[in-house]
Ligand binder design. Structure first.
Ligand SMILES: [Zn+2]
Length: 434
């Protein structure tokens, strides 16, 4: 892979050029898409000033899945980044190094950055981070076919700015480098923040990565995240580029981030639905389905029959609940267990996700092992802020998490029966409400 660049003040264009041993279709799920990636910055920002290591890291995040055995970056990187990258990457190497280039320098008065999306998880992250945190929103230019509605995200950003944060909205089309559209590497949503790290004086970059994605909660088995591939490989690259990871909500489940957003003074800006407009979620997608149930459980409110009827009249949710396990099933178990609702569909869902027999009382608490993935400079402040909203798991509760496994449930015939029962009833329900 070769990446070239052309820039002018306020604009950077990257060109991806495939070489013979590259992988234009790394899996049967996706392939390389657009090969010209444009980022628009404030006018007074000259992309020529970007440290080559930050530029190199950004290019890698855009094209890593498609790289064969080596990548040539637009500018040679420092030996420090080259070595650091090599230590955590076995599949390919960086082709161009400048032995004389000094690594990126961070001053003591630099501030924390956050890859901000306007959703619940990144709002929870912002809620527990220092007040001088700089949120950066990657603004994907839309093409005609998308169902994604940016109204809510723009409003969230405007509120964040109004609350006094140095909020940055940066247009970047890197998600089109992949077909179907999406981030080639999950943390590529931080590319605008990385490119602007010196301009914004950032010493680290935070993500709204929650415990489901880090430690594998709600997945088949617990994952020792700090020693796993994601943290060592990607975290290692960020560290050697001089912009280390900071994962303030990695020890918090989706239940916990929803509680934080519920209680925090800035929580009102969060919206999880990508389709509805500001303060008016679509009520028709999988995120809306999960959120309605979870919020009712958090607020200890029961749902009336009209709400339940509307809740289950959701085709996308029907598709998701037919999975085994269901994506973020743990959240549904915790929430349905708390809710006492006399309704057949709700009871079928509750039975399918084991909310009738499992309560998981530790799942709304903070996992203290995750302290290790907080940036050292901000660790104490973040822990202190988390404690304002959530209890900390006891050692016994930590052990429940470390022993997390859904294998028995996944392999049980009863689960498949419960699923079939739920899905066929939901299908009839949707049909009768068309
Ligand atoms: Zn929705």
């Amino acid at each position: 892979m070769k990446v070239g660049m052309i820039s002018e003040p306020g604009k950077l264009v990257l060109y991806l050029e495939l070489e013979e041993d590259d992988r234009p279709a790394p899996t049967d799920k996706y392939q390389i898409g657009k090969r010209i990636i444009t980022t628009i910055f404030p006018e007074d920002f000259d992309p020529e000033d970007i440290h080559p290591d930050l530029l190199g890291l950004s290019c890698i995040l855009i094209c890593e899945p498609f790289i064969g055995t080596r990548i040539t970056l637009p500018k040679p990187v420092s030996k420090h980044f080259y070595e650091g990258h090599k230590k955590v990457t076995s599949r390919y190497t960086i082709a161009n190094v400048d032995e004389k280039l000094k690594p990126r320098k961070i001053d003591s008065d630099y501030v924390p950055g956050l890859a901000f999306s306007g959703g619940v998880d990144s709002t929870a992250a912002l809620s527990v981070m220092p007040h001088n945190t700089v949120p950066v929103f990657l603004d994907r230019p839309l093409n005609g076919r998308s169902m994604y509605n940016k109204d809510a995200a723009y409003n969230s950003c405007n509120e964040v700015s109004r609350l006094g944060y140095n909020m940055n909205i940066i247009q970047c089309d890197l998600e089109y480098a992949r077909k179907p559209v999406g981030f080639p590497v999950d943390v590529a949503n931080s590319v605008p923040a990385i490119l602007m790290a010196d301009y914004l004086r950032l010493d680290s970059i935070a993500f709204g990565t929650i415990m489901e994605s880090s430690y594998g909660l709600g997945h088949k088995n617990y994952r020792d995240y700090p020693n796993g591939n994601h943290y060592t490989h990607l975290g290692g690259m960020f560290e050697s580029a001089g912009i280390p990871f900071n994962l303030p909500v990695a020890g918090i489940s989706e239940i916990g981030t929803s509680i934080i957003v519920e209680k925090s003074p800035i929580g009102f800006i969060a919206q999880s639905c990508m389709r509805g407009i500001w303060k008016s979620p679509c009520q028709n997608c999988w995120k809306c389905f999960r959120k309605l149930i979870l919020d009712a459980a958090i607020e200890d409110e029961n749902m009336d029959n009209d709400t339940i009827t509307r809740l289950f009249n959701n085709k996308e949710a029907m598709r998701f609940v037919s999975g085994i396990p269901i994506k973020h099933e743990n959240v549904l178990t915790w929430a349905t267990n708390k809710l006492k609702i006399d309704n057949e569909l709700f009871s079928l869902l509750k039975k399918r996700v084991r909310g009738d027999t499992h309560s998981f009382p530790w799942m709304n608490k903070w996992f203290p092992d995750s302290e290790i993935v907080l940036h050292e400079k901000y660790g104490d402040e973040i822990k202190h802020n988390i404690a304002r909203y959530l209890e900390t798991m006891t050692e016994e509760e930590c052990e429940y998490l470390r022993e997390w496994s859904m294998e028995d449930m996944i392999n049980s015939e009863q689960t498949a029966l419960d699923r079939d029962n739920l899905v066929s009833n939901m299908k009839d329900h949707i049909k009768s409400h068309q």
